[in-house]
Structures are given as structure tokens and as C-alpha cells.
Design a protein around this ligand. Sequence first.
Ligand SMILES: Cc1ncc(COP(=O)(O)O)c(C=O)c1O
Length: 424
Amino acid sequence: MNYNLDEIRRMFPALSIQDNGRRRIYFDNPAGTQVSNQVVEAMRDCLIESNANILGGFETSNRADRVLSEARRAMADFLNASSSEEIIFGQNMTTLTLHLSRSIGRQLSSGDEIILSRMDHDANISPWLLLAEDLNLEIKWLPFNTETFEFDLNELDTLITNRTKLICVGGASNLLGTINNIKAISQKAGNMGILTYIDAVQLAPHVAIDVQDIGCDFLVCSAYKFFGPHQGILWGKKEVMHLLKPYKVRPATEELPSCFETGTQSHEGIAGITASVDYFAWIGDKYAKEYVDKNQHKNQQTQVIHAALNYLFEYESTLTDCLIEGLQTINHLKIQGITEKEALQRRLPTVAFTIKGKKSPDIAAALARENIFVWSGHSYALEVIKTLDLYDTGGVVRIGPVHYNSSKEIEDFIKTLEKVLGSI
Ligand SMILES: Cc1ncc(COP(=O)(O)O)c(C=O)c1O
């Protein structure tokens, strides 16, 4: 495919930084991505030109109002939400989830059931375990298959009862890289009057998300995973959000969506969200025209943003392929995730592995000495690591390329990995 990686990399100032003349390889992206110049400028401009609290009626405050409304519009376009009133900002996905779980809890009573998944990040598990403890709810677990690294959705059927009120599941695993069929899960749940809470933190940087098509009730993501600043975003279906009673202070508005936003927001962070969505629109406009057709039923801005994500996913799949092939040449290495070429559409470029006889933290530390940035351990996917029985042995090494990485970086990484394995 025609992919102008040099131009894309030039948008991200951090990518050209060297340390004592050594290049950096950023493969820590599932834990946080680098930001484009546009994001830095938007945050800077906000702090200089719109630095006031909202709803004051004077110039800087009016500008702050606009920062928020533009970001809501941008996120509604990004997620194909039917209204920007469905977009709620917060510190991060974890805080938003802990917060909203309090309001959802007000609809539940003792003995009601929540289904959680063994594949999820703890941010979509602990808030619900805590709620269950407070309200005497029952938790049921959807397992994943340790050979296919996917759910068997027939198992979901066996977990659902007439007390099931909520299903919480990830759009994609931050550790295994598996992309889950959240549309099938949400539709199954919706048909039975069960709410769905989707953690799309790892899906959002890679896959075009259409909340209306998925049919879920809540979906959360974090801008710092999709080339923006440290900000969380919650989408909630308006009809459902209207039924919830927000946990809020008395003077704060009763109106959606602000009634779910506690205290003063990080306006500069929110300005950065708009710029990170604009970055996708820029790619869509410039490079991904032929992908717009696939998205014609969406509004014009969403078409362009989703075209960009479809285009970038195609490029990223070439990186995934290259990474898996390279890793498979290393002795005693096991990829903890989908490896079949024909199934690459069902996984992210995030690839986890273990090597027999080596400790994952030692491998990550050796790579850090070579200025290759990766994570090891459980990455808060505690249930995944426990299911794979890797908790006591230090978890996995996680490599997470994104669209600004190159196949050359992957080749360098594989060569370096071979080299360092001899010395640890
Ligand atoms: C899948 C997933 N969910 C939730 C989170 C938590 O996100 P936040 O840091 O925005 O709370 C992460 C962070 O890595 C994640 O990967």
C-alpha cells in the first residue's frame, strides 16, 4: 500500500529524539502513545487563549465553553455517536468507570448479577467487584480459550440468567491483542434487556468505533492511547444515561452530559482530544479517500476519521505480520495470542510473548538498555496472566507497535532481542 511513513513520523516530535546519539524505538504504545504537534499546539493555545472556568459569559470563559463543545463534537464523530450530549470527559478511563459504576449501582439490588471477563484490564473488573461487594451482587466470569485466545460466545449464553443486569467486556485485550466481537455481545445483551459496558481503551487507537452499530450502552476510552493527552472519555447512550442518577455535588448542573463530570475539567487536555481526532481526519483526507466508501452511511467527518482508521489498520497489519514472523524465529519463544495469518483481522499489533527459561522483566530491562521501550509483567490484565498461569513467573513481554512504527524497527528489535537473550 501507498504509505508515507516519513510524513506521518514528522508529525510526532518525540519520534526524532535521540539519547546520546541513539535512536529510540517506541513499542510501549499500548501503555501510552506519543502526541502530534497539533495536540501540543492545541493544549498550549488553550492555556494561553481560553484559560478560564466555563459558563462565565466573558471572553476567555466563552472560549473555554467552545473548547468543551468542540471536543464533544469531535469525540461524537470519532465514535459515531448520535449526539455530542452523550460524551462525558474525565481524568481517565479508570476514574470514569469507578464514578459511573456508583450511578449504575443505584439501579441494582442485592442478588443481581454482573458478567465480567477474564480477558479484561482490571479497570473494567475492580470497579464492578467493588460494587458487587457494596451491594451484595453476584459476579459471573466469561473465560477465554487459552489456545485460541478468544471468547467462545456460547459460554456467555450459559452465564446469562434473569438476574443478569450488566455485561462488562473489553473491545480488545491490552495483553493478548485479541479484538472481541463486542457487537455480537452487545446485541445478545440488548435483546435480553441487559446493559453493556465496553472498555475500548485498546480498540480506539486501531479500529474505527461505531457505537450505534455496536449497540452497546456505555463505551470508554482514553485519549493518551490514541495519540492525545491524558484524558478519559465515556460515551453513554442518551436514553440510558437519562435513567441514571449522577454522583455529583449539589450546585453542579443536572443536565447531561456535564452532570457526570465532577469538578473542573482539564480544559487543555480536552482541547488536545479535539486535536488528536483532527489528526485522524487529516490522515483520512490526505491518504484514505478510497476507504471513505466503506463509511458512507456515517456523517462526513466520521467518514473521514473512520477511513483513516481503516487505512492505518491495514498498514498496522503488515507490522503485526512482520512482528509475529520475527518472533517465531526465536528459540523457546511462545506468543501469547493469535498468530494465524488469516486471523490477523481479529487482533491488534500488540503482541505478548514469554521465553522458556527467561524472566520477562529481565528481557524488558535488557531491551531498555538498547533504547527499545517495551513493557513486561501483567499490565493490569491480572485475570489474563492468572488464566495463563504466568503470574508467578513475571508475566509476559509486550510489544506494541502503532501506525508510526516501521518494519525496520521491528527487524532491529528482533535482531536486538536475539543478541540480548545471550546475556541474560
Ligand atoms: C484495556 C485497558 N483498559 C483500561 C485501561 C486504563 O485506562 P486509564 O489509564 O485511562 O485509566 C487501560 C490502560 O492501559 C487499558 O489498556
